[in-house]
Structures are given as C-alpha cells and as structure tokens.
Design a protein around this ligand. Structure first.
Ligand code: SF4
Length: 107
C-alpha cells in the first residue's frame, strides 16, 4: 500500500483533495445563505415548470403522489429542511413539499 504523502506531487494532490473535501460543506452552506427569496410561483420560469410550493396543488399528469422537491435530485438542502435551494431556481428557495415538472428522483 502506498503512502499518499510519499512524494511531493502525491503530497500536493493529497492536501488538495483534503482541502476540497473540507471546503465542500462550506460552499453548500454559502449557496444556501445566498438563496433567501422564495420562488415566485407567478414568475415566468415557475409557470413554465409548473412549480408550486404545495405539490398537492399541482395539476400535472406527470406528478406522482410521492414526488416532492425534498426527494428530487436537484434539491440542495437536507430533506428535513422546509425550504432549500434548487439547481433550477438559482438564488431562490423552493419548498420541501413543492414540485415542478423537472423533478428527478434523488439518487
Ligand atoms: Fe423542486 Fe426538483 Fe423542481 Fe427544483 S427541480 S423545483 S427541487 S421538483
């Protein structure tokens, strides 16, 4: 088994990987801190995606009863958080119990 710190190049790569791993939660927290406004359901983007804060209000044949933002791959908060950033609505928060027609099952 090789020691990751055995050569200067490997040591640099190892330290870079450690730094990146340590910084990832901070970056996610920063993105959350910048996303403070709730999505406006009447915005053109929200309307185009059929987004609603309350998924049960959605009248879209694509939606299945168990689909919500907090179990979508694009939801960027803990499933237990009531609101969180979404990759599609940069700078805004979507509701954990919301939905839009871009929903993708969380891996
Ligand atoms: Fe919610 Fe996913 Fe649509 Fe974003 S992409 S609004 S998390 S259902």
């Amino acid at each position: 088994m090789s020691d990751p710190a055995a050569s200067p190049t490997n040591r640099r790569k190892f330290l870079f990987a450690c730094t990146a791993a340590a910084a990832a939660p901070l970056a996610a927290r920063s993105a959350f801190a910048q996303s403070k406004e709730k999505v406006d359901e009447n915005s053109p983007q929200a309307k185009a995606l059929n987004y609603r804060h309350d998924a049960k209000q959605v009248k879209d044949p694509k939606r299945k009863p168990d689909q919500f933002c907090n179990n979508c791959q694009l939801y960027q908060a803990k499933a237990s958080d009531a609101w969180g950033p979404c990759a599609l609505f940069a700078g805004n928060l979507v509701a954990a119990k919301g939905w839009c027609n871009a929903w993708v099952k969380k891996a």
